[in-house]
Ligand binder design. Structure first.
Ligand SMILES: Cc1cc2nc3c(=O)[nH]c(=O)nc-3n(C[C@H](O)[C@H](O)[C@H](O)COP(=O)(O)OP(=O)(O)OC[C@H]3O[C@@H](n4cnc5c(N)ncnc54)[C@H](O)[C@@H]3O)c2cc1C
Length: 388
């Protein structure tokens, strides 16, 4: 066992760092407080080979490993937290599910543009009555000729105000096996969006309404019985989510270390107070542990997709660590940390959301408990005797 990056990985990390310093350092604060999706950054990243890092070369990707993608998103987030979301969109989110399961025609139609940063895909799973219990989703796909009619409502979809394409979880029939997914373009007849609402992070989302939206057979990504495969690929999204939590925790940590190394109170540097030194020691231990868990999940997945248990452990721990560290960083930086003049408060707000998004910390812990006891624990109420 070796806890060091290989020479190739180090060179890759250094080249991403140079890219980030050159293209992302300036404007990082403004980007975090800006509206909308930084599409300009997406195009620059794509041109520099930072999109599709772990997607196969024959699909237009870079043919790297999941760990390469993790190293890249972490490095970007260390320099520009908001740009890490763009790395997520170009590497870990629904783009990866499309690359994994899309037909040759779907990839030809959509993947090239997504990998060039010229289009954006969003994943619409969550519904008003189906959040953590995502398999309760009701959005229906009813047969219509050789295709389907989609009816339903989705909430909380990241990038929903601006995405060009939506990977929509739908129900082809009853039960978990009835769930699959379809691809729906932004301007499809019957597809409308509600008024924008803001998350705590500042990001906007809109409610999505599907009213008899017609999809052809060529728009089905995974048909009936596709849910388990879809969630298997969704574990990649969880790794990206975990990596951003870690990166933003590290970003806030660096800001706090710099502050404590230069700020004087009571005639001494802040870093000379033991009460603050111990905060830094705790933060350092937690960040290192989080990174090891994240890299383990990514390394074990290099030949495919991360395991559900590895992904759950990495996500829950990175989510909690990123938030805790960002919170401590704000405390150490006092009024400066709480103010919008540095990115510490942004890291705090942003990491908070990832404890809920992509499977909450509690749902990850439910999954970890199943791995511990090697059995499934249904979250649903026990069936009453005699009930059908
Ligand atoms: C920043 C952000 C981005 C998001 N992006 C997307 C996206 O792109 N696409 C998308 O489809 N959705 C997205 N979501 C939605 C997200 O997936 C859901 O918010 C999440 O699954 C939780 O669902 P809920 O909000 O309905 O909460 P609920 O399911 O109502 O849960 C409320 C609370 O109860 C806890 N809880 C629920 N069940 C259990 C249980 N069995 N055991 C223990 N605790 C439990 C939860 O952990 C949570 O703390 C996003 C959310 C956020 C915050």
């Amino acid at each position: 066992m070796d806890f060091h990056l290989s020479e190739e990985q180090r060179l890759f990390r250094d080249s991403v760092r140079r890219f980030a310093e050159r293209h992302l350092r300036d404007g990082a604060l403004a980007r975090a407080h800006g509206d909308g999706y930084p599409a300009d950054i997406a195009r620059v990243m794509a041109r520099n080979g930072l999109f599709g890092i772990a997607i196969a070369e024959e699909d237009g990707g870079q043919g790297g490993t999941l760990l390469d993608a993790v190293i890249a998103i972490e490095t970007v987030g260390l320099v520009c937290p908001r740009s890490a979301d763009v790395m997520q969109a170009g590497n870990f989110g629904p783009i990866r599910v499309l690359a994994e399961y899309g037909s040759a025609e779907q990839k030809r139609k959509y993947l090239a543009k997504l990998l060039a940063g010229e289009a954006l895909i969003a994943v619409a799973m969550t519904e008003p009555e189906a959040g953590s219990a995502v398999t309760d989703l009701k959005t229906s796909a009813t047969p219509d000729g050789d295709g389907f009619r989609i009816n339903g409502t989705k909430v909380f979809t990241s990038h929903s105000p601006v995405a060009d394409l939506f990977l929509v979880y739908v129900r082809f029939g009853p039960g978990v096996d009835g769930i699959g997914s379809v691809l729906i373009e932004r301007d499809s007849p019957g597809f409308t969006r509600g008024r924008p609402t803001r998350f705590l992070s500042g990001d906007e989302w809109v409610q999505l309404y599907f009213d008899d939206v017609r999809v052809g057979p060529e728009d089905v990504l995974l048909g009936k019985g596709g849910f388990k495969r879809q969630i298997a690929a969704f574990n990649v999204e969880r790794i990206g989510n975990a990596a951003r939590s870690l990166a933003l925790g590290e970003h806030a940590f660096d800001l706090a270390r710099e502050y404590a190394s230069t700020r004087r109170q009571f005639g001494r540097l802040l870093c000379e107070f033991q009460g603050l030194q111990w905060k830094f020691a705790e933060m350092k231990m937690q960040l290192d542990a989080a990174r090891l868990l994240l890299y383990r999940a990514a390394c074990n997945a290099d030949k495919g997709l991360p395991s559900a248990a590895d992904a759950a452990i990495a996500k829950a721990y990175c989510n909690e660590t990123g938030f805790r560290v960002a919170n401590e960083a704000v405390q150490i930086m006092g009024g400066t940390g709480y103010s919008e003049e540095t990115l510490a408060e942004y890291c705090l707000r942003r990491t908070r959301g990832w404890m809920i998004a992509g499977g909450s910390v509690e749902m990850m812990k439910n999954r970890i408990a199943e791995a511990v006891f090697e059995r499934r624990f249904s979250q649903r109420p026990p069936r009453q005797a005699g009930a059908t």
